[in-house]
Design a protein around this ligand. Sequence first.
Ligand SMILES: CC(C)(COP(=O)(O)OP(=O)(O)OC[C@H]1O[C@@H](n2cnc3c(N)ncnc32)[C@H](O)[C@@H]1OP(=O)(O)O)[C@@H](O)C(=O)NCCC(=O)NCCS
Length: 170
Amino acid sequence: MEVKTPKESLTILTDLVLPGETNYLDNLFGGELLARMDRACSIAARRHSSRIVVTASVNHVAFNKSIPVGSVVTLEAKVSRAFKSSMEIYVDVWIEDRQSGLKTKVNEGIYTFVAVDETGKPVDVPQIKPETELEKQRFDGALRRKQLSLVIAGKMKPNDANELKALFKY
Ligand SMILES: CC(C)(COP(=O)(O)OP(=O)(O)OC[C@H]1O[C@@H](n2cnc3c(N)ncnc32)[C@H](O)[C@@H]1OP(=O)(O)O)[C@@H](O)C(=O)NCCC(=O)NCCS
C-alpha cells in the first residue's frame, strides 16, 4: 500500500472566538475547542486515508492556556502515525497577537480516528513516513499512546502493552 507523509494531511483551521462560545470568564468554552479540534483532526484523517473516518478516542487534551473572546485561533492538525485502520492525529492550537501577528501555542490534543467503509467496518489506511524531527518524535511515541488508550478502554491487557511497559523499566 501507498506510503504518505504527515504534511499531506496537514489541515489548518483559523476562526474567531465569538461571545456565544465563551464561559463565565469570557474565555473559549472547552467543549467548543474540543469540537474544533475534532473537526480539524477528522479532515486530516480523511486526507490521509481518503476514506470515511470516525473518532475512536480522544487520547489527550491539554488546556494549558485560556483563549480570550475575540482571539483569532488557528488549529493545525496532522496525522502523526498510521496503524492498520487507525490513525493518530496531533492538533496544535495557536492564538495570534493582534498587533504583531506573533503566534503563541496555547493548547494541544491527540485524537485517534479509524477509517471505515460504508457499513462502518474498519478498513486499512496508507502507512506514514515522518520527515521532520517533531514528526519523528510524535511517530515514535504513537504506539505507546495507542497501547495506553486501548488499556484504558479495556481493549488490551496491560501485560500485552510491551512498548508502554518498557517506559517503566530502568
Ligand atoms: C471506532 C470503531 C470503528 C472501532 O471499531 P472496533 O469494532 O473496535 O474495531 P477494531 O477492534 O477492529 O478496531 C479498529 C481500530 O481501532 C483501534 N481502536 C479501537 N478503539 C480504540 C481506542 N479506544 N483507542 C485507540 N485505538 C482504538 C483498534 O486498535 C484498531 O486499530 P488498528 O486497525 O489500526 O490496529 C467503532 O468503535 C465505532 O464505530 N465507534 C463509534 C465511532 C463514532 O461514532 N465516533 C463519533 C463519536 S460521537
